[in-house]
Structure formats: C-alpha cells, structure tokens
Design a protein around this ligand. Structure first.
Ligand SMILES: NC(=O)NCCC[C@H](N)C(=O)O
Length: 258
C-alpha cells in the first residue's frame, strides 16, 4: 500500500549553473548528481512512496529543487511564486503534475513571492520563513488560503530558506541550527551542530531521511528511536540544496507511478 505520491524532478543538464547565495560556488558533477537523484528516488520508493516525475525543465538549472515550486496541504496545492525570478518558469510543470494527481490548485500572486523551502508544516501550524525569497505579502496570502491553520512568520538570518535551518521530526520536535533562525519561535527545539543535520524528511512511521553529511545527527536520530534513511546529496548541497528540496510528499494520494 502506497503512503502517497512523492513528486520529484530530474536534475537539469545545466544543474551546475544553479543559484548560490550564502555559500561559495564549487564544481558540481552533474553525472554524480543524476546518480544521487536516482538513489534518492529509490529511497523514497523503499519507504513506500509512489515516485512521480514532474516534467523535466532542462532549461531551468534549479528545477530539481521541486519543493520550492509548491506547498501541499491536505488536498490543496498552493503554487509558489519563487523569489528568484529566474526560477518562476519552473512552476508551470509542477502545476500540471499537481492537477494530474487531483489536488485543488491555488497560487501565490504578485507582489507576493514565496519558495516552498520556506514553508514548514507542523500539525495545524504553518511556519513561513520571511527573508530573501519569501515576503510579507505571500505570508498574508497564505493566511487567506489556509484559514484553518495558524500561519507563523519566521524572519530569517543569513540562510536561504526556513527549511535550510529547521525541519520537524515525527514527534513534532524540530532539529534546528541555532545561528540561522530564532529557534525560540518553535515549541520543542533540538539544536544540532551539523549544517545538514537540520534537514530531515519524515517518510512515515519512524523513518527519517537525512543527508550523509550529518553523521552525528544521524546517530542522534537513532538514540531518539527513529530509523534514519541516509542519502548522499553532496552535489545538491553544493547549490544550497538539501534532502527536503528534492521532493514534495503528497500523503494518501495514489496516481501515475515513476
Ligand atoms: N528548498 C530548498 O532548500 N531549495 C534549495 C534551492 C537551491 C537553489 N540553488 C536556489 O538557490 O534556489
């Protein structure tokens, strides 16, 4: 029985031209990135997710970071309006995919800008990072689109997205990098030292996906009684990506498969 659909998008051949903001650019091995992406998709499938490809956008170097193009909440898909104008063409392909799986579609509109990487959902609270990519207008629009949820804005420090600095574990606590965001906003914080240690995906049950670049946090997860699913995403981390940005999970929905 599938847990639901995991939307993914194959890396562009132009991946190495992807945006970098808070880190230095380094050489990206696109072939290795493709192999890492295949292994990432296999890990999602092994955890019970039906992996569905969003139509590739080879002309968009950052299109593999599909999380930024949409926010899924229940049966709703809120299409993003990426803060980086050069990423806006990525959204059309995601719109086709979320319509194909039967979600109701809404859109963030100008002057609002929002990247999905800035949206962390924990229970009935939606935390939205406000910073380089997401602005107050989009946060206001999110409140209007999700009237039954508590939408909490989180001003960001020198970090690309909210979920570059904090993500949630299955027990509702968060793993967070204290220097990058005001962790006091979150109710139950576990601070971690490793940069990649604050990016996790709850895959269902006690399975938690984490980067191979966070071995200390991986053993912390084991101590907390979770089952780490470790993936190497080094080539994506070179472009300020992380495990969360390479997929969008749509729980409870079945549809065309990988
Ligand atoms: N949700 C995410 O963490 N997205 C990573 C986006 C990285 C991409 N190079 C960008 O700067 O937009």
């Amino acid at each position: 029985m599938s847990r639901g659909i995991a939307l993914v998008r194959r890396p562009s051949s132009r991946l190495a031209e992807g945006l970098v903001t808070h880190i230095e650019r380094s050489t990206v091995d696109v072939d290795l990135a493709r192999r890492q992406h295949d292994a990432y998709c296999a890990a999602l499938a092994d955890a019970g997710w039906s992996v569905l490809d969003v139509v590739p956008a080879d002309h968009c170097p950052d299109s593999v970071f599909v999380e930024d193009t949409v926010v899924v909440s229940g049966s709703r898909a809120i299409l993003a309006r990426p803060g980086a104008p050069q990423r806006r063409p990525e959204v059309a392909g995601t719109e086709s995919a979320v319509r194909a799986v039967g979600l109701e579609v809404d859109k963030i509109t100008s002057p609002g800008t929002l990247d999905g990487g800035d949206v962390l959902q924990i229970g009935d609270t939606v935390y939205v990072g406000q910073g380089g990519r997401t602005n107050g207008s989009a946060i206001r629009q999110m409140r209007g689109l999700l009237p039954d949820r508590r939408v909490v804005a989180v001003p960001l420090g020198r970090v690309l997205h909210l979920k570059s600095a904090v993500t949630a574990l299955p027990d509702g606590t968060v793993v967070a990098s204290p220097g990058l965001v005001d962790v006091g906003i979150f109710p139950a914080v576990r601070t971690v030292e490793e940069g990649a240690g604050c990016h996790v995906i709850c895959l269902g049950g006690d399975k938690v996906m984490i980067s191979a670049a966070a071995p200390k946090t991986t053993s912390l997860l084991e101590d907390l009684g979770f089952t780490p699913v470790v993936v190497d995403v080094s080539e994506f981390e070179k472009l300020e990506g992380c495990v969360t940005c390479l997929s969008v999970l749509v729980p409870g929905v079945t549809g065309p498969h990988h």
